[in-house]
Design a binder for this molecule. Structure first.
Ligand SMILES: Nc1ncnc2c1ncn2[C@@H]1O[C@H](COP(=O)(O)OP(=O)(O)O)[C@@H](O)[C@H]1O
Ligand SMILES: [Mg+2]
Length: 240
């Protein structure tokens, strides 16, 4: 794999959390490469370090030791403000609990990542509409509040917010964890459609039927990658 093909490169990363006198090694030497355009999943028991790893790849936190390269950039060389700016251009996040703001409309929620970019309002709206349609959303949602939509619809709005700024990577932490099977199918289908258009996606999931829709499964245990598995597409939840 050529250097330019890797959108993510995690190099021997360790993370320790210190709470009072207790040190927890959440990651103990994780290395991982993700090629541009890949759809990757991460599985592992609760407490194995999945969210910690996603937070490091998403530049929300820094490793105790080791390096994270995004689009070829050694992110350890960026100061806090540069890192935040880099993150806002490169990474889109999707969470289990959607994390939408109910006092804002759907339009305003999707627009949020664009506000700091100083784009004209018309341009922002055009990008919002494009993102919403790309995730299979409807224009009638734009003026609604998130809590007027179903869980599956809210997660599609959250995915629209994640992609509106054309990030290099979409990171999703248990995106179907709060959804029934029908809604989970819609969300996974949305990821597959985005991936077909070239979007790089990393999904943490407990659900093997979600992981089996991806192209490679990394299994974490006790802060280490213990297996890299080939998914079984016949057991992907949208094909059954
Ligand atoms: N902010 C934190 N402070 C202290 N310990 C933490 C913190 N975040 C996670 N941990 C610990 O690190 C380990 C890995 O957690 P996490 O990455 O959330 O795992 P997962 O997402 O796989 O459930 C766990 O032992 C957890 O308790
Ligand atoms: Mg977690």
């Amino acid at each position: 794999m050529g250097e330019e093909d890797r959108v993510i490169r995690v190099e021997d990363v360790y993370k320790v959390y210190v709470t009072g006198s207790v040190a927890t090694w959440a990651l103990r030497g994780v290395s991982l490469s993700v090629r541009r355009g890949a759809f990757v999943s991460i599985m592992g028991p609760s407490g194995s370090g999945k969210t910690t790893l996603l937070n490091l790849v998403g530049l929300l936190d820094r490793p105790t030791k080791g390096k994270v390269f995004i689009d070829g950039v050694d992110t350890s060389r960026l100061g806090d403000r540069e890192l935040a700016e880099f993150r806002s251009r490169k990474i889109g996040f999707v969470f289990q609990t959607f994390n939408l703001v109910n006092r804002l409309t759907v339009l305003e929620n999707i627009e949020l990542p664009l506000v700091a970019r100083g784009l004209p309002r018309e341009e922002r709206r055009r990008m919002v509409v494009k993102a919403l349609l790309r995730v299979g959303g409807e224009l009638s949602w734009l003026s609604k509040r998130p809590n007027q939509l179903s869980g599956g619809q809210q997660q599609r709005v959250a995915i629209a917010r994640a992609i509106v700024g054309s990030p290099s990577i979409v990171l999703a932490d248990e995106p179907t964890g709060n959804l029934d099977t029908a809604s989970a199918r819609v969300v996974v289908n949305t990821f597959l459609e985005l991936n077909k258009l070239g979007q790089t996606i990393v999904v943490i999931t407990h659900n093997p039927e979600v992981a089996n829709c991806s192209q490679v499964i990394h299994v974490l245990r006790d802060g280490r990658i213990v297996a890299v598995l080939e998914p079984d597409p016949g057991r992907c939840l949208i094909y059954r």
